[in-house]
Design a protein around this ligand. Sequence first.
Ligand SMILES: [Zn+2]
Length: 359
Amino acid sequence: MSNAFNQFEALRARMDVFLGKLEQRGQEVGAEALATARDMKRSDPEEFRRSFGAFSSGITAQLMTLVTKAQATFEEQFSMFEDMDDDPDVELGYQALEERMEAWEEKMTWRAEHVFDELADDDAQATWDAAVAEWKSLASRFTCPQCSAPVPVPELYTVSVYLPCQGCGTQVTFTPSETMQSAVIAAESLAEAKARPYQKAYEIGVDDPEVLFPTWLADFARSKAVEQAELESLVPMVAAKKFPETINALTEHKDHPDDSVNLKFYPNSVPWDFQQVRLAYYGALVELARAIAELRAQGQPRAADLVRGMVPAFARPGCEVAAAVANDTYTEALVAPLLDHARTLNYLADEYGNPLVIN
Ligand SMILES: [Zn+2]
């Protein structure tokens, strides 16, 4: 190892600590700002309406100075390593650090823009609670115009529906109140709020070269499934319309070229053709199976079933591992030999740089 590399490594270690500190500072500033805004909104809604815009852009700016600070430090400490093509260790180390810097900046920027996400949840919850109260009240006095028997209103409808009278069979029109009609948006917000931790992990992971394709894909699947399951529990009719979109959600990531394997070895190939036999594909199935088990362990069986339901649209035709995940007969023993095989192919490609002809 060269002197230059030793020097680079020492600085890199300090840079890691520095980035960690800035990140922690950012999280503290964000958490404090959210708490302040929440208090203000509760205690003085008028003042909140007037000043929230300026307050939130001030916080975003404050968080972005942390990013600027990191960029300046990186520039100052590492620019001398930028063009050391005669020292491959330094060159690779610099490239890796530069990529990590970019991912870190993306993550910090994303967080800066989402500090106040949870503020809207309180409004959504209040709107939803009001709609539920009206539903219960309307339902308790909803009767058949023909025979006067009570007609059950089993869910919070947001549009007019026909409900059968259980006494005489007449179809009775139920028209929701205005608050009930507007509850759709509140329900959607609450469902998004429930899925937010996974959505955050996905949005940050997808831009981070250190987070592999299977990991962020599973976060994406979890986020869609948790959102759908919550929507189903709140407004089943609305959720039914969204179901096809949820169940096909993974198809948009089928052709994602940015997986754990370097695509540069296959310059003329169709990504998904190779992805099918590569670590990324089986790795994704392993992570999806883990996500299903975790959701179940967390008491979210419907979300777990929804992730299972998403697998066929992602699966390669005839894939027995995907079928096992979808049918709930998956075991790690089933995927192990396929992963080994994929790892071998991956290793050969890495080692020799030749496009491999598979199958
Ligand atoms: Zn009746």
